[in-house]
Design a protein around this ligand. Structure first.
Ligand code: CMC
Length: 429
């Protein structure tokens, strides 16, 4: 804590001194916790545009410069040199693992990949065409019923075990959700495979014949998972923290995170981008859709464009855009939607509306084209995002318990309803 203060004076002339809190990098904050006590005022910030809700040492973003770092490591370096399990270790533990630490962490995750057999009966209750995100949310939430008794959120060992279970079981559930969706038998995890290979095997393998994992697909998924692993205090992570602040069961917290991720303004954008590209259909229609996106009377937005924090190219989009070309080339796929997406980007980036508002492609703009190339239906895209983001969610949830300043999250409001009035009996209304 620095010894600087910000002075605030209300229209009534009441002055408050609010301590300035500075992080190691990034803009400073001033701590408004005592504002109400000192002045009788609350702050109002409906979309949390200028509000820091916690201290965190996990992920750093500089939105103006287009910088993203996990525990200080630039995302570009991690994407180039690391792998998802190593990144998971880094996010959870704060440091990159040495060889022995990596091996034991990987083995630990691998040992927890199976899910309780009763989960299968639970899944059979869903309609075959239930949205995969709806199934994910419910199944992960239902884990709270399997892991509640004997699990204490106040015990660091129990918390860590819950985090490991979540990272390990998400792909198994995701694959089961996919199998339910397409009506094939569920596959058990194969522990001789690595994290993304195992997922591909559970999704695309069938009991009737051997399945050979395509290394290009496994590597592409690994890259996407690294890029989606954490992103500071976004909507779903803040949801996990808010639910977590009440002391709730960790599986319930992550289920809430999945619910938040599903929305098209957040992780659901990857599915929405492909639907949008399908609707645009052809390069000749781009101008019409760009005009729709600019029209304030039209709810249409360019999905995969814009970001609350990035006022520059999303660094993850730069990496995914390049990977898109490589993966499609390696798989021998010629997808006209990639050309359409690139043309759309080119036109939008030259348009005064997008330039003025600093709207650039975000992480979701190109990721769907890769998922599609790997044979996934659009409804599964956000499920893939959820597998990766689970690492961020559990890391932030663990950190929350280790931060002294953690209290129950309880925002206030600006009341706009009726003032006090007397009850009128129903026959007199
Ligand atoms: N298309 C057209 N106009 C847009 C778009 C867009 N995609 N995004 C923002 N704008 C306009 C918006 O209408 C507003 O204009 P004006 O100042 O004239 O009112 C201005 O840009 C600022 O937008 P905002 O809605 O106030 O910005 P926000 O920070 O509240 O919203 C966002 C950020 C990501 C929700 C929004 O840009 C959006 O809806 N984008 C499309 C959905 C999307 O791609 N989401 C994925 C985000 S990244 C991955 C993730 O979070 O999981």
């Amino acid at each position: 804590m620095s010894d600087k203060f910000v002075k605030v004076t209300t229209p009534e002339g009441v002055t408050a001194e609010l301590p300035v809190k500075e992080g190691v990098i990034g803009p400073p904050t001033f701590d408004v916790k005592t504002l109400h006590k000192q002045t009788g005022y609350f702050t109002y910030d409906s979309g949390f545009a200028a509000t820091g809700a916690c201290e965190s040492g996990i992920t750093f973003i500089d939105g103006e410069k287009g910088i993203l770092q996990y525990r200080g490591y630039p995302i570009e370096q991690l994407a180039e040199n690391s792998n998802f399990i190593e990144v998971a270790y880094l996010l959870m533990n704060g440091e990159l693992p040495n060889k022995a630490e990596f091996k034991s962490f990987d083995e630990e995750i691998t040992r927890h990949t199976m899910v309780h057999e009763k989960i299968r009966s639970l899944m059979k209750g869903f309609q075959y065409d239930a949205h995969p995100m709806a199934m994910m949310m419910s199944v992960i939430g239902s884990f709270a019923a399997f892991y509640h008794e004997g699990m204490s959120v106040d015990d660091a060992k129990d918390r860590r075990l819950a985090a490991i279970r979540l990272i390990a079981k998400m792909p198994t559930v995701a694959a089961a959700v996919y199998k339910n969706y397409i009506g094939q038998p569920f596959m058990y995890p194969r522990n001789d495979l690595n994290f993304t290979e195992r997922l591909l095997h559970m999704m695309y393998g069938v009991p009737a014949e051997p399945y050979e994992v395509n290394p290009v697909a496994a590597k592409a998924l690994d890259l996407l998972f690294i890029l989606h692993a954490d992103h500071e205090q976004n909507a779903s992570t803040s949801t996990v923290r808010l639910v977590g602040s009440t002391g709730a069961n960790p599986f319930a917290c992550i289920s809430a995170g999945i619910a938040s991720l599903w929305g098209p303004a957040h992780g659901g954008a990857n599915e929405a981008v492909l639907n949008m590209l399908g609707e645009i259909g052809d390069v000749s229609n781009i101008e019409k859709y760009v005009a729709k996106a600019k029209d304030k009377n039209d709810p249409f937005r360019l999905m995969g464009f814009g970001h609350r924090v990035y006022k520059n190219y999303d660094p993850r989009a730069t990496i995914i855009r390049k990977a898109c070309h490589e993966v499609l080339d390696d798989l021998g796929i010629d997808d006209p939607q990639l050309e359409l997406a690139m043309k759309l980007e080119e036109i939008a980036l030259k348009d005064e509306y997008f330039v003025q508002r600093k709207l650039y492609p975000n992480v979701d703009f190109y990721s769907g084209i890769i998922y599609k190339a790997l044979g996934m239906p659009t409804q599964m895209f956000t499920v893939m995002f959820a597998i990766a983001r689970t690492v961020g969610w559990v890391s932030q949830w663990l950190e929350q318990y280790e931060t002294a300043d953690t209290r129950i999250g309880r925002p206030r409001q600006l009341y706009t309803g009726p003032v006090t009035r007397d009850f009128v009996n129903i026959d007199k209304r």
